[in-house]
Every structure is written in structure tokens, then in C-alpha cells.
Write a protein that binds this ligand. Structure first.
Ligand code: ATP
Length: 306
């Protein structure tokens, strides 16, 4: 018995060490992501999501005093609808998602969900209500099943498979040497940007949050990958209040409303058709991107026929 208890103790020790390391990493990320000034108000109540209406009311924001990033932004995302935010690089698109998550507090104005100011509710309840598909998903050094289950740790294997299927990543997983048990992450199989994003979508399908932020990857994807990601995004955003931070205009065509940011203000807003008819900033961005993606596609086809 003595002989056995030593290794068991040792395993316990190693387990605690590893767990502590994981906790430390989480705390480190917390420190990186959340500035110290953002804290729960004394007596903050949990957010009560009834419909999932998101509103930005005359929001002003700067990261530092001498540069204003948002200068009076107002818009509403009605329950279950999709609003896409577009605009030149650096216009403040991702900043909008950070304010909704309350990684930072607004300078002036307010951000509400179903009428509740995000500064008045607990951060834990706020983040539980919002699903985020980030530009660049970081995978854990673990199996692909673990990475998907992270969305809802109580999910069964069947639920994981269904989420993978709806996120259009199931066929890819089926071709891996160990299927759902394949190790991914830095020390395992390296996944492409599009594959990682679909893992993040599967995670979000499991989490099933009422509000969703999709931060699109800036990197160019081939048409087929782009189409399967788009199909996966359509599945996950159906019936949920969704904000898409869009870099590729092809993904915003079906949005209920498109908001065009420029220099911290809303320059234009409307549907795709309305904004094309307006023949302004959106229309010129659209033309430019169409030309660029057509040129890319021609290059790719030329390479394939070589
Ligand atoms: P892109 O399309 O390139 O991703 P974006 O429209 O999403 O750009 P944001 O990420 O919202 O732009 O950034 C808006 C501006 O705020 C940029 O000029 C950026 O340099 C600045 N900025 C972003 N994060 C910080 C930060 N943590 N501290 C200071 N300035 C920041």
C-alpha cells in the first residue's frame, strides 16, 4: 500500500500544479483583457435578458485622452436581428464589441441590453449572455472534442458532434487520424484560420448565447472556405441578436442593417441595396473589394491549372 500511495500522491501533486498553472494563465488573461477600472458596482445585479435588444446611445470613447475613437455613436440591434459594422481599418469597429462586453467603460453615453446599462450588471452575467467568435481563436492543447465542449462543459459527445456538424467542421474532424480525440493546439495538429474559426462557431453553438458578436478574420480565405464559414455563421446567428464586425463585405449582404463607421462617427447606415444606391463610402468599398477578390480568385485558378 505504501508503494502505491507515493505515486498517487505524486499524481495529485502534479495535477494540482497543472491546475494552478491553468488558473494562473486564466488570471493573466483576465488582467490583459480587463482593465482594472472595470469592476462590478456594489450591489450589481445579474443581467436579465428578456428579448436581447442591444442599444448604443450617443457613445463616446477614447483609449487615451488625446485621441477620440468613438464620437457619438447611436444604433439599435433589435432582438434576433443582425447588424454589421463596416468601415476603414482603425475606424473603431472592434472597439464597439469591446464596449458591449464591457472590457472598457464608455466615456459618455451608454450601452444597454434590454434597457439595462452594462455598467449596472455583473460582468459574469454579461459575459455569459454574449457569445464571441473572435478573429483569431486560440485553441487549447487538448483534443478537438475538448476544444468544442469548452462552450458548455456539460455537453454530451452527441451534442458536440451535432455542433460540429452545424459549424461545418464535422467532415474535417472525421478525416483526422484520431477523429474527435485528435490533439490540436500548439503542440498538436495545427489548424488553419478558417478551421479554427469553425471550432469557435461550434463552441458558440453549444453555448447558445442570446447575443452574439462575430469578429471576422481579416485574412483572405478561398471562396469555398469562405462559403462554409458563412453557412456556419448563418446557422449560429439565426434567431440571435448579432453584431458582425465585418472585414469582408461579402458577409454583410444579408444583414438587416449595415453601419458604416468613419472617423468615430456613423457615416452611412442602411441595407446593402440601400447603401449601394447611396453611392457613397460603402459603395466605393464594395467596388474595391469586389475587384480585389476577383483578382485573387483569378490568381488562385491560374495557380491550380499550373
Ligand atoms: P481593423 O479593421 O483594422 O480591425 P477597427 O475598426 O476594428 O480596425 P479598432 O480595433 O476598434 O479598429 O481600433 C480603433 C482605434 O483605436 C485604432 O486606431 C487603434 O489603434 C486604437 N486602439 C485599439 N485598441 C487600443 C488600445 N488598447 N489602446 C490604445 N489604442 C487602441
Amino acid at each position: 500500500l505504501m508503494q502505491l500511495s507515493v505515486p498517487l500522491n505524486f499524481i495529485g501533486f502534479v495535477y494540482r500544479e497543472i491546475r494552478q498553472a491553468v488558473v494562473d494563465i486564466e488570471q493573466m488573461f483576465d488582467l490583459l483583457d480587463v482593465p482594472q477600472e472595470v469592476q462590478d458596482r456594489p450591489g450589481a445585479k445579474p443581467l436579465a435578458v428578456t428579448e436581447g435588444v442591444v442599444r448604443f446611445e450617443d457613445v463616446h470613447f477614447s483609449y487615451d485622452a488625446n485621441r477620440r475613437i468613438l464620437r457619438g455613436i447611436s444604433f439599435e440591434v433589435p432582438a434576433g436581428q443582425t447588424v454589421a459594422i463596416v468601415g476603414p481599418s482603425g475606424a473603431g469597429k472592434s472597439t464597439i464589441s469591446r464596449l458591449l462586453f464591457r472590457f472598457y467603460d464608455v466615456g459618455e453615453g451608454r450601452v444597454t441590453i434590454d434597457g439595462q446599462d452594462v455598467r449596472e450588471v455583473t460582468q459574469e452575467s454579461l459575459r455569459a449572455a454574449i457569445g464571441m467568435v473572435p478573429q483569431d481563436t486560440v485553441l487549447f492543447n487538448d483534443t478537438i472534442a475538448y476544444n468544442i465542449r469548452y462552450g458548455r462543459t456539460s455537453a454530451s459527445m452527441d451534442e458536440i458532434k451535432e455542433a460540429a456538424d452545424r459549424a461545418q467542421i464535422a467532415d474535417f474532424i472525421a478525416r483526422l487520424p484520431d477523429g474527435y480525440n485528435s490533439m490540436v493546439g500548439e503542440r498538436g495538429l495545427k489548424l488553419s484560420g478558417g478551421e479554427k474559426q469553425r471550432v469557435a462557431i461550434a463552441r458558440t453553438i453549444l453555448k447558445a448565447p442570446p447575443i452574439l458578436i462575430l469578429d471576422e478574420a481579416t485574412s483572405a480565405l478561398d471562396t469555398q472556405t469562405e462559403q462554409s464559414i458563412q453557412a456556419a455563421l448563418d446557422v449560429v446567428s439565426r434567431g440571435r441578436t448579432t453584431i458582425v464586425i465585418a472585414h469582408r463585405l461579402s458577409t454583410v449582404i444579408n444583414a438587416d442593417q449595415i453601419i458604416v463607421l468613419r472617423d468615430g462617427l456613423i457615416a452611412e447606415r442602411g441595407t446593402h441595396a440601400e447603401l449601394l444606391a447611396l453611392d457613397g463610402l460603402y459603395a466605393s468599398m464594395w467596388m474595391r473589394q469586389r475587384e480585389a477578390s476577383e483578382a485573387e480568385e483569378r490568381l488562385r485558378l491560374a495557380r491550380e491549372t499550373d
